[in-house]
Design a protein. Structure first.
Length: 115
């Protein structure tokens, strides 16, 4: 670790992923390093932490002393976290590709029995 509190690493990533990171960093006016750090930190966020953050956003939204930028930012973040939770819930409950194929084959054999 260096004096600035960061550890420097060398990282090899596929070119298409590098291009996606560059585009995401440009879109949010961040450095690629900041984009990578944010994405890594988000990957370690637990559902409990997400709910706590959503509660904080709700308090900001309803705070009469919050300026409009703070409120808009909180609304957007809350919506983003809600979408993330919805995607995680959907992915956790969605059937596997193998299960979909099995169900499709079973339905097909019921609808079109062999003579």
């Amino acid at each position: 670790m260096s004096d600035d509190g960061y550890t420097r690493i060398t990282l090899r990533i596929p070119t298409p992923l590098d291009e996606k990171l560059n585009a995401a960093a440009r879109a949010t006016s961040k450095s690629k390093n900041a984009e990578i750090i944010q994405r890594l930190e988000q990957s370690f966020t637990t559902p409990t932490q997400i709910i706590a953050q959503m509660d904080q956003f709700s308090r900001t939204i309803h705070d009469p002393n919050a300026d409009s930028f703070e409120v808009a930012r909180a609304v957007l973040k809350r919506n983003l976290y809600e979408m993330m939770l919805a995607v995680e819930t959907f992915e956790a409950s969605a059937p596997s590709q193998e299960q979909v194929q099995q169900d499709s084959q079973a339905s097909s054999s019921i609808m079109h029995p062999k003579s």
